[in-house]
Structures are given as C-alpha cells and as structure tokens.
Unconditional design. Structure first.
Length: 333
C-alpha cells in the first residue's frame, strides 16, 4: 500500500510555509528580470490549448494568454461552465484594442475516445500548436474509476500529460517554439511513483485514499515530463512541469476544505498560481535551462526532498511510459 512518507510530508509542509504561499511568490517576483512578461504582450497568430480552463489556475492561464492576443482553445468537460468562463474572459478584455480570440472545445480528459475525437477534429483545422497546457485535474475523496478500470484521478492526469500530448505532438513540432506545460502540485513530493500499478488496481476499497491518488497522479506528470524529453526532445519541443504553489481555487476549496480553512490567509490567488505556467508557455527565458525541468515561481527546482526516498529510477520511468503506451495504445512515431 502506498502511504505518505513522514520525512517528505514534514519537509513539504515546512517548505510550503516558506515558499508556496503568496509571500513566497512576492519574494521570488522581486528577483525576476521581466515580472510582467512585457516582451510577450503580442502573441497574435499563436495558438494555445488549456485543459480545465473554465476555473481556477486554468482560467487564469487562459485569461493571461487571451489578454496577450493569442488564440486560446479552452478544452473543458462542461459546456455551460466553459461558455460562462469564455464570456467572463471576453467581457473583461473587450475594452482593449483587439477582439479576444477564445474558442471552446469539449472533452473529458479521463475518457480516451473523447480525447482522441477532440485531437482529430483539432488537427483538421490547425497546422500548428504553439503550446499545450495540461491543467485539468481532479481529486476524488471517494474511489472513482473509468470504464477501463483506471483510477480516475490518474486517468485525468495521464489523459493530458500522455495521450493528448502524444496526439498534439505533430502540431507542436510545426511551431517555432512548441511548448508543453504540465500543471503538477507540491503533492507530488509526498509519494514515490508506483510504476508497477499505474491504473491503481491494488488501491481499491479500504486501500483507496483520495489524497494519495492525487499525489501519485501529480508525480506521474512530473516523471512523464522528463520522459517526453527522451522521446521527443530532439524535435525542439520543450516540456516543463510546474508547481503552482498553494493557490485558492474552487478545486482546493471543494476537495481540501480543512487545508483551505487553515491556510487561506497565506494562500496565493489564481493569477499568482498561474504565473509560472504562462511564463513557461511564452517566455524565451526558460530555454536557457534544461528541458524537462520542474518549476516553482520561475525557478527550476528539485523533484524530491533529501532523504525522502521518493526519487524515480530510469527503469521506473521506462515502466511508466510502457504502461501508458499499453493503456492508450499509442506508440512512438
């Protein structure tokens, strides 16, 4: 049974109090060369897909990209919530000297066929994709599985960070600086990847824990980011994962109400949580760093704490990749 490591949990919480709140963000911001990313205010002609874009971090990312004149493709599960979010973005920006370009696409990131259908449709209308931001995520306190038997938190994470990324790769290659940004979490620090059971078949019934399932999914995203560099780094596409910090979002409020209650006064707002993802997607600065890195507040950070025994071996990362290929029936071109 997978459990949270005591050393990792202690280090995560201490680190979080220092760095993951709004205070940590503001301290980091004072060191940035271009805090407002002013060099990238005109993204006309560029296309970005943001999954889970109707609320929280995803909404903030979509807003910032739209404000910079990019065409933003909001990939959401709920049509009504997507339409409401799109209207809010456009209404807030429409006073500017350009017409905001926001398109809605509907797909369930835990559903293989839904993802494939979207990708096929998108590819018939677009010849390139400048950025894919895999933000969609979920935390189920009660066990929830897909029709294929995959634990649903993991299915949502892999649906973006593996399958959608794989299907969009040909279009990302056509962009001058194609980027993939996986929105992970500090929760990934708390567990070691269970490479032998990606579907979570052994974590069922009394063995299921929603918080652990979420941490495992976020760890898988970080490790897949590294693996994508091995598979497709030679194409020029950049792959990043990032930790948004402790941000006040609807997802945190509904899934972790006690945590939000005790830490709300120090937590970040959605824009602060989204900042590094936007920066990774559009700035030239990240290219000076190694491909496949994990980021917090525009700084590359380690994926494991000392003595936490959570680090992933190359063999375990390879096993994760093979499992994803089998689950989604996708092979490298």
């Amino acid at each position: 049974m997978v459990r949270f490591g005591g050393i990792a949990a202690s280090q995560w919480y201490i680190e979080g109090l220092r760095k993951y709140g709004s205070g940590g963000y503001e301290r980091s911001r004072r060191q940035w060369k271009d805090p407002n990313i002013a060099t990238k205010n005109d993204l006309r002609g560029r296309h970005y897909i943001v999954t889970g874009a109707n609320s929280g971090i995803g909404f903030a990312i979509a807003f910032e990209l739209t404000k910079r004149m990019a065409t933003v493709h909001m990939l959401c599960r709920d049509p009504q919530r997507a339409q409401k979010a799109r209207k809010e973005i456009i209404d807030d920006i429409k006073s500017e000297e350009f017409e905001p370009s926001v398109e809605i696409h509907i797909a369930d990131m835990s559903d293989t066929e839904s993802i494939r259908s979207f990708a096929a449709s998108f590819a018939t209308k677009h010849s390139k994709l400048d950025g894919l931001i895999n933000n969609a995520g979920a935390l189920f306190q009660k066990e929830n599985r897909t029709a294929d038997g995959i634990e649903k938190t993991m299915a949502v994470a892999l649906g973006g960070s593996f399958l959608l990324t794989a299907l969009m790769l040909p279009l990302l290659k056509e962009a001058p600086n194609g980027r993939v940004v996986n929105i992970s979490s500090g929760g990934q620090y708390l567990v070691k990847l269970d490479s032998t059971d990606i579907k979570g078949t052994t974590r069922t019934g009394s063995e299921y824990d929603g918080n652990i399932a979420y941490s495992l999914a976020k760890r898988a995203q970080v490790e897949l980011t590294r693996k994508w560099v091995d598979i497709a780094g030679h194409t020029g596409v950049m792959f990043y994962s990032m930790h948004p910090g402790w941000a006040k979002t609807p997802g945190v409020t509904s899934s972790l109400p006690s945590f939000e209650k005790w830490h709300r006064n120090m937590m970040r707002d959605q824009k602060q949580g989204a900042d590094t993802a936007v920066w990774l997607a559009i700035s030239d600065e990240p290219k000076a760093h190694e491909n496949g890195t994990f980021w917090l507040d525009r700084n590359p950070i380690e994926t494991d704490f000392p003595l936490a025994f959570t680090s992933c071996t190359e063999q375990e990362r390879d096993q994760l990749w093979k499992s994803c290929q089998e689950i989604y029936d996708w092979k490298t071109e």
